[in-house]
Ligand binder design. Structure first.
Ligand code: GAF
Length: 384
C-alpha cells in the first residue's frame, strides 16, 4: 500500500470515519551548505520524493489525537499540554509542537484527529521531523482556515522543533520541505529567508544523486550539534560580528588570526568556506555545469570531516568508496554523526557505485548501507 493509502487506512481503522483531507510533506537532502543555516548563511537543499502523509479531520472537543504507524497507541493531548513544552514527548512532540507554535502565534487552532504514515526513514538525517511538522502544519492551517501565508510556515515549524521539542536546529530543513520545487534545488539565504529556485536538471545532464544511508548509529548527535552551534556563536561574538555569515572568505585569515584556539579556528574555517562553496555551486548550476559541482561537494565533505569534525567512519568510508567508484563528488548531508551521504554520479553508474559502497562496508564489518537514487521533488502539498 502506498503511503497516502496507509494514512487513510490508519485513519479509518483508528477513528472509524473518513478523513476530511490528506496532506503530504517530503524529506530532504542538502546538496551543499552544512551547519551554515544557524550562522545566517547559505544552503542548497532539495526535497525528496519520499513523503510523510497526514490524514486528518476536525475534532469538536478541541483536543488533538494523533496516531502514527510507528506506534500502535494514538497520543491524545489538549490545549494545556500543547501550551507547555515537554508535556508531550517522543514523535508526537513534533505534532504538539506545531499546535504550540500556532497558538503562540495567536491562531485559534482547531482540534483534530490525525493519522500519520511515512516513507521518510526516521533517524537517517533526511528530515523526517520537518516532514511531519510541515504536513501537520498544512493540515491544521487548512482545517482551521487559518490566515497564515506559506512564507511564514518554515519559521513556525522551526519554532515547534526549537522551543517545544527542544532541538536547537536552523531553518534549512523546514524551508526545503515547505518550499522545495520539483527539478530544482532551493538556494536559501538563511538571514533574509530569500529563496531562489535553482534548476537542478540531473536527468538532462545524464546524472543522478545517489543517497547512501550510512546506517551508522547516531553517536551523541544532539549534544555535538548544540556544541558546534555554541562554538560558532562564541566565535562570532569574539570577532564582533552578528553571525559567521558576516566573515567573508577573503577576510578569513585575518579572522582566524584573532581567535586563540585551534578548534574554534577550524569550526570558523568550515562555516566561512562552506558558505563560499554554496555560492560557487549555485554559480555552476546557473551555468548548467552540474557535473562540475562534484569537487565542491567533496571539498565540503573534507571540511566537515577535518574542520567541523562531524563525520563518522561509516560516513567517510561511503564517501571514499563512492569517489573511488567514479562519483564526481560525494559528501555527508545533514547534521552529522551518522545519517546519509550523497554522491553525484552518472545515471548509468549509480548501481555500480552503490555496489562499491556496499562492498567497502562489508570489508570494514559495517552494517550494510541503504542506497537510493533521487530526483528533486516538490514541497508540502494538500493531496485531496
Ligand atoms: C540539521 C538541522 F536541523 C539543520 O537546521 C542544519 O543545521 C543541518 O543539521 C546541518 O546543516 O539537519
Amino acid at each position: 500500500m502506498n503511503v497516502a493509502d496507509r494514512a487513510t487506512a490508519g485513519f479509518r481503522q483508528r477513528y472509524g470515519a473518513e478523513p476530511a483531507g490528506r496532506w503530504a510533506a517530503p524529506g530532504r537532502v542538502n546538496l551543499i551548505g552544512e551547519h551554515t543555516d544557524y550562522n545566517d548563511g547559505f544552503v542548497l537543499p532539495f526535497a525528496l520524493p519520499l513523503r510523510t502523509v497526514v490524514a486528518a479531520a476536525p475534532a469538536r472537543d478541541g483536543r488533538w489525537t494523533v496516531w502514527s504507524e510507528l506506534d500502535d497507541e494514538p497520543v491524545d493531548f489538549g490545549p494545556a499540554d500543547a501550551d507547555e513544552p515537554g508535556r508531550v514527548d517522543g514523535w508526537a512532540a513534533y505534532v504538539a509542537g506545531v499546535v504550540w507554535a500556532l497558538r503562540a502565534d495567536g491562531h485559534d487552532v482547531p482540534g483534530a484527529r490525525l493519522a500519520v504514515a511515512s516513507d521518510v526513514p526516521v533517524g537517517s538525517g533526511l528530515s523526517s521531523s520537518a516532514a511531519i511538522e510541515s504536513a501537520v502544519l498544512a493540515a491544521l492551517v487548512d482545517l482551521g482556515g487559518l490566515d497564515l501565508p506559506t512564507g511564514r510556515w518554515p519559521r513556525l515549524a522551526q519554532r515547534a522543533e526549537n522551543d517545544y521539542v527542544g532541538a536547537p536546529t536552523g531553518i534549512m530543513d523546514q524551508s526545503a520541505v515547505i518550499r522545495g520545487r520539483a527539478g530544482h534545488a532551493l538556494f536559501l539565504d538563511c538571514r533574509t529567508e530569500e529563496v531562489e529556485q535553482i534548476p537542478f536538471d540531473l536527468d538532462g545532464a545524464g546524472l543522478a544523486v545517489l543517497v547512501i544511508d550510512s546506517r551508522a548509529p547516531h553517536r551523541h548527535a544532539d549534544g555535538e550539534y548544540a556544541a558546534r552551534r555554541k562554538s560558532c556563536e562564541r566565535a562570532a561574538a569574539t570577532l564582533g560580528v552578528t553571525a559567521l555569515r558576516d566573515v567573508d572568505v577573503a577576510d578569513l585569515d585575518a579572522a582566524l588570526a584573532r581567535l586563540d584556539d585551534d578548534e574554534t579556528r577550524r569550526r570558523v574555517r568550515h562555516v566561512v568556506t562552506e558558505n563560499q562553496r554554496v555560492l560557487d555551486t549555485v554559480a555552476l548550476l546557473r551555468a548548467g555545469r552540474v557535473r562540475d559541482t562534484g569537487p565542491l561537494l567533496t571539498a565540503s565533505h573534507a571540511s566537515m570531516r577535518d574542520d567541523f569534525e562531524i563525520t563518522v567512519p561509516e560516513i567517510d568510508t561511503a564517501v571514499e568508496a563512492a569517489l573511488a567508484a567514479g562519483a564526481y563528488g560525494a559528501r555527508m548531508t545533514g547534521g552529522g554523526f551518522g545519517g546519509c551521504v550523497l554522491a553525484l554520479v552518472d545515471a548509468g553508474s549509480a548501481d555500480a557505485v552503490a555496489a562499491a559502497v556496499t562492498d567497502a562496508y562489508a570489508r570494514n564489518g559495517f552494517t550494510a548501507p541503504g542506497t537510493l537514487t533521487v530526483l528533486p521533488a516538490g514541497g508540502v502539498t494538500r493531496l485531496d
